[in-house]
Design a protein around this ligand. Structure first.
Ligand SMILES: [Zn+2]
Length: 59
């Protein structure tokens, strides 16, 4: 588990979620509570590079 950095869909602020601030609903979905607005939000973890949204990291 690693720190997840996500933008809250409710208040649009960045959430830095350490591993004890979120939980896995299944192997590719996490649920967290936004520290800014308190909303419970879900995110899908993408591990296969099938979104073109993010910049490539590493290589
Ligand atoms: Zn929020």
């Amino acid at each position: 588990m690693t720190t997840q950095v996500r933008t809250c869909p409710k208040c649009a602020q960045l959430m830095w979620l350490t591993e004890n601030q979120y939980e896995f609903l299944d192997e590719s979905t996490i649920r967290a509570k936004c520290p800014h607005c308190g909303s419970t939000v879900r995110f899908t973890l993408v591990s296969q590079g099938d979104t073109a949204a993010g910049p490539k990291m590493g290589h």
